[in-house]
Design a protein around this ligand. Structure first.
Ligand code: PRX
Length: 650
């Protein structure tokens, strides 16, 4: 390993920081020694209708049960809006920056209140009530946030589906949680291109109906004015509906453990899982991490470039920042439209102080040259953040030196859909940085490294990352399938939450996430199960068998490499290759577009029929000199064919 460059906390980072290193060490020690006391204190950062008397009631053993602040009552939208009105009613809550740089708007907290209340009243008018599941399939416009907050106001459970997912993927998510109300827009707009959201919704509703879930109502926000199909009696225009209701709506009193939202995410097997988060613990955790990880101060302009369709958008565009009364920027577009300078221009335009993005975007922008960055000022920046995948040291140093001019700390935040909020991260005024390391655990988080047999590794070590105790933002269950929750996260290492990530701890106790150790791949920060891509491929009538692995990709982090065995009598061709790529895009969405397809007459299997993925990964990496032991294969000759026809020759 090359020498690690340590970037020490600079005096300017420490000057007004909320947390310095001594405070970090003190609070961390308290938080893990006496979690009840620590979280009992910090639970008060949100407002409660009824205060809690119990704090932590969790068990990672047996059936696994996770409850925080369980006898308290609160409401998320009330915390994100109402409580700020007195002090900051006229402060901007949301800055919206459109795909087109000449298109923007600002929404104050007073306006947010009215928008969300009207939205909630529309939902109510059409029968949505506490506990109902509402699917949100929206572009990055403020109405997406209004929709989410309106659900929380009523106690309805939202399931936001990323606008890049296909009708099939949307249908699966609608059907899994039996959601009969969908909120969408006519079209989305990204990089100048129109995304047919309503058309996709119409198709998804047909597919879901066949699976047994009938969507009753579709609320449509007008974004582009593009032509859409309309189903009378089912479809409702948002702008018509909000004109019929009042701008006040009483927030529902929710129990701390009442469900807040479902968010589908990929795992190593089967269909995507509905990760369920609940009300109070989630809000306490995301607001607290938003404040301390980004060293958020009153008046800061904060921008997270994620999409609300992912957990980062939920926790760090909407709920964390708004719970803190922050100004959160929501960006509809893409990093390279209309030019490669777009991010940095937006930062200058809105005087952004805190900027949070993904390594894949940084790598792509880095490749287009520094001039696109250096022609902008970026002098408002105070904290930079990274999330979603390991950041390679080169991209880290570029972010630090070019984007931040060597003066702005980078917080590399490690977490997951399941964790609700950030678990391992530097704090800007406290933590010396090492390029590529997520550094140290946040308050209350107890990481542990174990080897393949579950043996706990101490000191500097390389192993699998587990968390040994609960934190308030943790997921509570897989929606509708608690056994799958226990099986997926708590059975590999009994009594511990297993993250699925590999990790190294260095001699300073810093954590370096090395990537997934299961069959999950991370493509441009988007998490995907290889099993999902495989099942999309085998659903094509010419495909008999498929195996999918990730391989290192300069921009995307990982690329998608597919081995495909055709049905007897089918011939491989370039046309079929293209057909299969399109087929996967149709089944899942553009984010799952295969990078490489290799037609393979046979896959390497053990005598018991198990595909040896290790070998497939090596061939995909063009590292077949190190295939290891192939003697246990049923037919070792298939490997020669795979090597000869590999698609990734360096
Ligand atoms: O492998 C880790 C990677 O992303 C996975 C979680 O993906 P998802 O649930 O989609 O959430 C992404 C946004 C929180 C993790 O298991 N990951 C996330 N952040 C980092 C990371 N890997 C390395 N460093 C990070 N900062």
């Amino acid at each position: 390993m090359s020498e690690v460059h340590v970037h020490r906390v600079q005096p300017a980072w420490k000057k007004n920081a909320l947390i310095d290193n001594d405070t970090y060490l003190k609070w961390y020690a308290e938080s893990v020694k006496n979690p009840d006391k620590f979280w009992g204190k910090h639970g008060k950062r949100i407002d409660w209708f009824k205060p809690y008397s119990k704090v932590e009631n969790t068990s990672f053993d047996g059936k696994v049960s996770i409850k925080w602040f369980e006898d308290g009552e609160t409401n998320v939208s009330w915390n994100c809006i109402d409580r700020h009105l007195k002090k900051r009613g006229d402060q901007t809550a949301i800055i919206w920056e459109g795909d087109n740089p000449y298109d923007d708007r600002k929404v104050t907290y007073n306006e947010l209140y009215a928008h969300v209340c009207r939205f909630a009243n529309v939902l109510k008018k059409h029968g949505v009530k506490k506990g109902d599941r509402v699917t949100i399939y929206m572009p990055m416009i403020p109405e997406a946030a209004y929709a989410m907050l309106a659900c929380t106001r009523l106690g309805a459970i939202h399931s936001v589906v990323f606008g890049g997912f296909s009708p099939d993927a949307l249908a699966g998510r609608i059907d899994d949680c039996k959601s009969t109300f969908v909120i969408t827009a006519d079209e989305g707009l990204r990089g100048g291109k129109h995304v047919p959201l309503k058309e996709n919704t119409d198709k998804a509703i047909e597919i879901a109906a066949k699976a047994g879930t009938k969507v009753e109502k579709v609320l449509v926000v007008r974004r582009t004015g593009g032509k859409i199909n309309w189903v009378a009696g089912r479809d409702l225009w948002h702008h018509d509906e909000i004109a019929t209701v009042k701008a006040d709506c009483k927030p529902e009193k929710m129990k701390a453990e009442d469900p807040l939202f479902i968010l589908y995410t990929s795992g190593s097997t089967g269909k995507p899982k509905g990760v369920l988060h609940t009300t109070a613990g989630y809000l306490v955790y995301v607001s607290m991490t938003h404040q301390y990880v980004f060293d958020y101060h009153d008046g800061d302009i904060y921008w997270c470039t994620a999409d609300v369709g992912w957990v980062t958008g939920h926790s760090y565009i909407v709920y964390g920042p708004l719970a803190n009364g922050a100004t959160t920027l929501m960006f509809e577009g893409v990093p390279n439209y209309p030019s490669q300078s777009r991010f940095w221009e937006v930062i200058d335009k809105h005087k952004v102080n805190i900027f949070y993005t993904a390594p894949t975007a940084l790598r792509a922008l880095m490749g287009s040259g520094d001039a696109h960055v250096t022609k902008t000022s970026r002098k408002s920046l105070r904290v930079l953040g990274s999330v979603g995948e390991p950041i390679n040291p080169e991209a880290w140093e570029w972010y630090f030196n070019v984007v931040g001019n060597g003066k702005v700390p980078i917080v590399d935040t490690w977490w997951q859909t399941e964790t609700g909020g950030i678990l391992i991260t530097p704090l800007p005024g406290a933590t010396n940085l090492k390029a590529g390391s997520a550094t140290r655990p946040f308050f209350g988080v107890k990481p542990q490294l174990v080897d393949g047999d579950g043996k706990v590794l101490e000191g500097a070590a390389d192993g699998n990352l587990c968390i040994t105790d609960s934190w308030p933002g943790q997921m509570r269950t897989v929606y509708g399938d608690h056994d799958r929750f226990v099986q997926t996260y708590f059975s590999t290492y009994k009594g511990k939450y297993f993250t699925g990530d590999g990790c190294r701890r260095d001699e300073d106790g810093y954590y370096w996430i090395t990537g997934r150790v299961d069959d999950v791949i991370n493509v441009s920060g988007h998490r995907m199960g290889t099993a999902e891509v495989e099942s999309a491929l085998v659903s094509h009538d010419k495909v008999s068998e498929a195996a999918v692995v990730g391989y290192p990709h300069d921009i995307k982090g990982q690329g998608i490499y597919c081995y495909v065995t055709l049905m007897a009598g089918e011939a491989s061709s370039e046309a079929l290759r293209k057909e299969l790529v399109d087929h996967v895009r149709k089944e899942i969405g553009a984010i799952a577009t295969p990078d490489k397809i290799q037609f393979a007459p046979g896959l390497p299997k053990t005598r018991s029929g198990k595909i040896m993925r290790r070998i497939l990964r090596k061939i995909a990496e063009d590292d077949f000199g190190a295939l290891g032991d192939t003697s246990t294969l049923a037919d070792p000759a298939v490997v020669d064919d795979l090597v000869a026809n590999r698609q990734n020759k360096k």
